[in-house]
Design a protein around this ligand. Structure first.
Ligand code: ADP
Length: 218
């Protein structure tokens, strides 16, 4: 059976999520308290309904419990976001992802059992900052406070050298987990994998180590 998703709150974040899920052929129920927002999505998703998600009766009548994954994307209204999450949790929804506004919001969401808490603006800010600071960083994913995965463009200094010659693991304590070259991708490359300028290296490691690697290879 097809997985069913529900997105509550059709602002910029919830709205783009609905579009992306629908584009991937998923069944999506979109919910918002605002009629105009709902109308905007009626042709995009499987069902779009006007409803206040803090009303337990309404969520029950929509059969929200049967959805495999519910995303709460209510922006500013912390009270509505928290209450909605609590109701979904009490109903036994399998997986609940919630967009958090700040650390306080996150703390409460964690306490009431949200499965995944996201901070799109904060995370995107950090990612873009990394891309701006270094011309060679294409993308950046934070794994913990101190560890990340980055996409680094191989520089002239790396050209025609093998991974063993570059000795990235010993010198910088980072691991190259894949090398992308045009449409090809070499996952878990061997030590003798040669690198060409312009290849994209997917590197995992400590933030300080990755920074050193970026600077010395620039
Ligand atoms: P973003 O920052 O992603 O653009 P917004 O704060 O603009 O998010 O949008 C949040 C959406 O959530 C709005 O469309 C708003 O109408 C909707 N919303 C707020 N409270 C409720 C609620 N109780 N039930 C359903 N939708 C709600």
């Amino acid at each position: 059976m097809k997985k069913q998703y529900a997105v509550i709150g059709l602002g910029r974040f919830g709205g783009s999520m609905c579009k992306a899920l629908a584009d991937q052929g998923m069944e999506v129920l979109a919910i918002d308290i605002d009629e105009d927002r709902v109308n905007e999505f009626s042709n995009v998703v499987t069902h779009a309904v006007i409803a206040d998600s803090t009303d337990e009766g309404v969520l029950k009548s929509l059969g929200i419990r049967n959805f495999q994954h519910v995303v709460v994307a209510i922006g500013d209204n912390l009270q509505s976001s928290i209450l909605t999450t609590l109701i979904l949790k009490e109903m036994g929804v399998e997986k609940i992802t919630v967009k958090a506004q700040n650390d306080y919001h996150e703390k409460v969401l964690r306490k009431i059992g949200a499965d995944k808490i996201i901070h799109p603006e904060r995370d995107m800010g950090v990612r873009i900052a990394h891309q701006i600071v270094s011309n060679n960083v294409l993308d950046y994913l934070e794994l913990s406070d101190e560890h990340s995965i980055v996409e680094l463009v191989a520089t002239k200094k790396m050209n025609n050298k093998s991974l063993i010659e570059l000795d990235i693991r010993a010198k910088y304590g980072c691991n190259v987990v894949a090398v992308k070259r045009g449409k090809d991708i070499y996952v878990s490359p061997q030590a003798d994998q040669s690198i060409h300028q312009g290849d994209v290296l997917i590197v995992i490691g400590g933030d300080k180590d990755i920074n050193r690697l970026e600077k010395q290879m620039a």
